[in-house]
Design a protein around this ligand. Structure first.
Ligand SMILES: *[C@@H]1O[C@H](CO)[C@@H](O)[C@H](O)[C@H]1NC(C)=O
Ligand SMILES: *[C@@H]1O[C@H](CO)[C@@H](O)[C@H](O)[C@H]1NC(C)=O
Length: 339
């Protein structure tokens, strides 16, 4: 009898568990076909008690029920902005009434400048906060190489010199320190709200005032369906960025974050300190400044979360729930760019 039971178990194992593990493996290693399976993992539903409480300073009433197939609010009651959940005209009007100046910072260091800056700025002119007062802040070690772009009325470009770090990891980590200093000085005096973005992407749709809030985090397009325990948070308990298996809400992408000047001062100070703390111990978090950003947003919940429509990776391919991507990542060419 016992032998019979064992045989039955073996059969189950071979027929079901192994293929399931195999599929999971293929899926995690990014075969595009299998990645589509993840859309079947439900994101959860915004509870109706929260729906009625969702407020936004820029879009008037939100319509979180307009997108029942995706999660439209966070457990702490912040909206997750998807296409169709807001009225872009109301957002435009609200922001214009408040007479805001919106900053957009980008780091153009090394070969990233020639490769990406021009397209980033040209597409930002077409799509980023059109109709608002915008100041671009380009941080680069070669101000002379910044291309001249025709800017619309009420839009300006400032170029700030930074020193070139030796390794790309250091470039990415020095960003927090540099931003913190700038936000405490001229940038912080000129702008009310600021977005900080990676340069290796371009705008492909309207990125308007519906994205503004006290603090704004971007859902990572590769991970927004994944269960929490699989998310690539820093797990080394010695790191300042560490999160345990029970911690973390969502995995946020460091390619886009934003907020008021005061909120971003806090965010950049936290991340710069964490990075310095780790370095003093000879550690480097798994995803560098992104790991520290995720720790910050775990401790200080963002007031607004942007859906992956705001920053999409074309490598994943089209998905029905991604209606209108606002930013598209460029294909990664690390070997070429980072040396
Ligand atoms: C809007 O802000 C700009 C720049 O900060 C300022 O020059 C202008 O006077 C303001 N307009 C109104 C109506 O407050
Ligand atoms: C809306 O504005 C109030 C007052 O300025 C602020 O406390 C709150 O955090 C803002 N809400 C969002 C979502 O940014």
């Amino acid at each position: 009898m016992a032998l019979e039971g064992l045989r039955a178990w073996k059969r189950i194992f071979w027929r079901q568990i192994l293929p399931a593990l195999g599929l999971l493996g293929l899926f995690l290693y990014g075969l595009p076909k299998f990645r589509h399976l993840e859309t079947f993992i439900p994101m959860g539903v915004c509870p109706s008690a929260t729906v009625s409480l969702l407020r936004d300073n820029f879009t008037g009433a939100l319509r979180p029920w307009a997108r029942p197939e995706v999660l439209t609010c966070t457990p702490w009651g912040a909206p997750i902005i998807w296409d169709g959940t807001f009225d872009p005209d109301v957002a435009q009007r609200e922001a214009s009434q408040q007479n805001l100046t919106i900053g957009l910072t980008v780091f153009a260091v090394g070969r990233y400048l020639e490769k990406y800056l021009e397209r980033f700025l040209e597409t930002a002119e077409q799509h980023f906060m059109v109709g608002q007062r915008v100041i671009y802040y380009v941080f680069t070690e070669r101000p002379g190489a910044v291309p001249r772009i025709a800017l619309g009325p009420n839009r300006r470009l400032r170029v700030e010199r930074v020193v070139r770090e030796r390794r790309w990891q250091d470039v990415s980590m020095a960003r927090m320190r540099t931003l913190h200093t700038a936000l405490g000085g001229w940038l912080g005096r000129e702008a009310h709200f600021v977005f900080c973005m990676d340069i290796d992407q371009h705008f492909s749709g309207a990125f308007g005032p519906e994205a503004l809030a006290e603090s704004v985090a971007q859902l990572h397009s590769w991970h927004y369906h994944w269960p929490r325990w699989l998310l690539p948070f820093e797990r080394d308990a010695r790191s300042a960025a560490a999160l345990t298996r029970d911690e973390g809400d969502f995995y946020y992408h460091a390619a886009v974050f934003g907020g008021s000047v005061a909120a971003l001062r806090g965010l950049t100070a936290h991340c710069a300190l964490g990075l310095a703390w780790d370095r003093a111990r000879g550690l480097e978090a798994r995803w560098h400044d992104e790991s520290h950003l995720n720790k910050f947003f775990w401790l200080h919940k963002p007031a607004k979360v942007l859906s992956p429509e705001f920053c999409w990776s074309p490598d994943i391919g089209p998905r029905a729930e991604i209606r209108r991507p606002r930013l598209l990542w460029a294909p990664k060419e690390y070997r070429l760019l980072r040396n």
